[in-house]
Ligand binder design. Sequence first.
Ligand SMILES: Nc1ncnc2c1ncn2[C@@H]1O[C@H](COP(=O)(O)OP(=O)(O)OP(=O)(O)O)[C@@H](O)[C@H]1O
Ligand SMILES: [Mg+2]
Length: 289
Amino acid sequence: MTSVTSSTSVPTHTDGAGPAAAFAEPPLRAEGLTLAYDKTVVVEDLTVSVPRESFTVIIGPNGCGKSTLLRALARTMAPRSGRVLLDGEPITALRTKQVAKRIALLPQSPIAPEAITVGDLVARGRYPHQGLLRQWSPADEVAVRDALDATEVAGLRERLVSELSGGQRQRVWLAMALAQQTDLLLLDEPTTFLDIAHQLEVMDLCAHLHEQGRTLVAVLHDINQAARYATHLIAMKDGAVVAEGAPHDVITAERMADVFGLACRVVPDPETGTPMVVPARRGGHIRHA
Ligand SMILES: Nc1ncnc2c1ncn2[C@@H]1O[C@H](COP(=O)(O)OP(=O)(O)OP(=O)(O)O)[C@@H](O)[C@H]1O
Ligand SMILES: [Mg+2]
């Protein structure tokens, strides 16, 4: 799943404040963000930046606001107050298609239209590139084929999405996000439902996209995978950022206790040297043969 051909290379964008100014800014930044569902405030006065060309990973317990933050960063959720800046410009100033050409979001629980095939769903990733005068083109076809190949679902192209396994479906959604060919990819638990080999393949694909110059933001629950792949780690708790930085600085036993209430040791991953969380044994639940 590592072969992403040159046709999926990062699109250059010329709009905005010019290359020098754009480079100085983080590509995505949230400032004083307050996010709420009806009257329930989930995130309050949160400020965070996604470093340019980083592979940023967000970790934190269930319900702490990770998906909510990702939605706001992708402009699919409007903040109660505060703002999101894309290359230093308020994201609300951009038209929907402009945003969609820059940011692809893989939601945590995407819902497919009924009776849609894999090929047609992935083709929807090309929507921001279509226009009144710009119909389906060979470039769109290549983008779809590359995305299907990169996620190893080309063989499923004619199948109905509703008839796939959870893991197959997850890779199809990832293909749709890839087909969008954005330089910013926001992935909410992209490895959910995947077996361990496919998890690592998706993570390797993400790392490959990152090496090509894309900026990735992924929510992950596997802390050890997060530590292996992230160049920048953000730990959230109760709707707030409690730590951010290099995996070595963020993943400590004290922080795991604070964020997850988890008693653990943090040891070097024998394979990579990155921090690895080893949970403490808990009273008598582990049976030995
Ligand atoms: N559509 C919604 N309407 C109302 N409340 C919501 C909605 N979506 C999320 N919430 C609430 O907002 C809070 C944060 O949810 P969010 O989905 O952002 O958490 P999360 O960190 O992504 O959790 P998980 O790890 O379980 O995916 C939770 O208390 C959740 O119940
Ligand atoms: Mg979530």
